[in-house]
Design a protein around this ligand. Sequence first.
Ligand code: GLU
Length: 443
Amino acid sequence: MEKFDEYQVIKERLKGAIEYLDQTRPGLIDFLAAPKKSIVVNFPVQMDDGSVRVFQGYRVVHNRANGPGKGGIRYHPQLSSQEVASLAALMTWKCALINVPFGGAKGGVCCDTKSLSQNELRRITRRFISELGDDIGPHTDVPAPDLYTNERTMAWIYDTYDIMHPGRNNRPVVTGKPIDLGGSEGRRAATAQGCLYAVQRFLQRIAIPGLAALEDSRIAIQGYGNVGANAARLFHQSGAVIVAISDSQGGIFCKTGLNLDEVDKHKRQQGTVVGLPETMSITNNDLLQLDCDIVIPAATSNQIHADNAAAVRAKLVVEAGNAPVTPEANAILTRKGIYVLPDILVNAGGVTASYFEWVQNIENEQWTLAEINQKLKNRMNHAVDAVVAKWQMLQEKVDAAGEKAKSDNDDPATNTIVDLHTSALVVALERLLITIEERGIWP
Ligand code: GLU
């Protein structure tokens, strides 16, 4: 059984990409492999019933070569420092790939938001941010929303930091805020919007048999949080048929397409999509293996792994969540001819809109939704083009080397297939290595 040591996955992804990098000083790769700074805090919170509970929180800055640390804060009962560190590394790569002047960071608190009241969540958030103190800041490390945190959480973060640092513009300390507090138009839907732009661009660039465009394509979406729910709506508006959706309690399937208004209503009333009338109940694993054109895992990591990857039947897997496909599964899917659009590319829309929010906050400006989406589209298109170009270039290089080995040694060519995951990471690492070399190693 494939092991899911979260940081090991990062190391494996890194190892896969390093072999395609031109000569580089090995120490620089070591620098990119390990997180720069990891903080663990344990803090007490008074609960509504008067009892006191201790919570554990984390903040990891993985790298700051390109700018302040940037990345979400997630609240989850199974959160570990390993997972936070791995998500911070993904942020470093994502920011480099989408070309925003940020490094990578991530944080979170180990807690189950479903069993906590709003008042308890507010106290947890304020206490956590006060524990982090000056480890976050508008020009050092800038948090944002992630799983089970939202605009309200970001408002508390801003307010807490602002009270602790009076007398200056603190709005850029956190992104994903409510619009009235300096949040940006389009930020809430930006991850899904960026994902849509990336998929549309990819389908324009690469001819996938039976999947020329999104119109009438059948899509299954795993996860119905901010990313999954917005992706369902946006892909549907672009002509796709959403045949299946799931959340942490299970999934629903309807061959002719789900009615998204009904799904939303049911989720609001019942707290889950499961049980929507006139749909078939399926498991999260069934959803990933459905006979459809595109699968979008938009939930937690390691969902497509060595044990279920061979059963995936979609033509395209779109990693809207972070690390939903393990390295071994990625290799299996690639060998099967299934394209995997990597997380650091397709879910970079969220941090891109966060960057727009940060710039607006620094300039005290408010851009329109049309401006935001146009800028987002340009960046997503550029990033997709860069990954596709790198992928084609690496494949040609590998093929030429294989042919040469064959004629030199009379060995059969090895037929190495370069995948999109690796290509995206090569683009990101090359950019990071240039920055690090140009800055020089201090002192
Ligand atoms: N949490 C999001 C991510 O994983 C967004 C991070 C940000 O906006 O800083 O990409």
